[in-house]
Design a protein around this ligand. Sequence first.
Ligand SMILES: [Zn+2]
Length: 319
Amino acid sequence: MKENLEKLSIGVDIGGTKVLGGVVDSQGKILTTHRKDTPKQGGEALTQTIADVINELTQQYKVEGVGISAAGFVSSDRKTMLATPNISGWNGINLENEISIRVGLPVVIENDANAAAWGESRYGAGRGQSQMMMLTIGTGIGGGIVVDGALHRGAYGIAAEFGHLRVVPEGHLCGCGARGCFEQYASGNALMRHAREAISAAPDAAHNLLARGNGSIEGLTGKHITEAAREGDMVALAAFNTTAQWLGAGIASLSVLLDPACVVIGGGVIDAGEILLAPTRAAVERYMPFQGKHPSPQIVAAELGNDAGVVGAADLARN
Ligand SMILES: [Zn+2]
């Protein structure tokens, strides 16, 4: 057992393929990690896997508490999974109770995008910003809001679900059941759609891009689009620019709600860096209400990458 004078806590990030736990110090540094495969059946098996990861870590370090980052709607008291669209057998469970009786420590539960936003606000790209929001852009768009230096949770777990703001009346059907949601236009999946449309619009210019996917649109991945854009491929850049138009317009609209000083962009799409951020900043300027009458928020790339959930959840367990 390693003694440490600092207050340590554990953050656990529940992903689709692995449950990753880490012991984190008060500087946001991960001291050690342990991981197990995510049981596909969810439910009790997943709950026990999380407890096993935590119990493995507590054999190495003395910790004060545990924060768990999970996809789904979490009650405002940070105990209950109100709904888990992507995890079987967890709807309505009091996860705080289920885990704390297995590990003998205080436990808090947090939505994954919220935990990531908190990690970035404490130790990453949003450091020192008391008004910030984060958009985690992967297959969909997750969000987190920090207001006056505190995470904003809302009443029923759906605060900061920015991906489901309606931006196009009767637009593309979304996985949430509504139409025209933001994530249908500005997510990683949307980037692929914009790429397919750019290829159809200019098939002669798309040969180089298509070659990366063995000649077919179906063979292309987000990574291919990013690599091609880095090399200046005009079709790939057009897909990023279209995505950035939607993203910037969305951030401008969100600014009249939250007035953030800083907007952190994370998730897989941010691997493209300035290829996405530069046109997004330009679009924020273009679409911002009262443009020129107030400063625009800084738009910056996330810094913690895949560690944001573990670091954020661990810090929430300390606060
Ligand atoms: Zn939706």
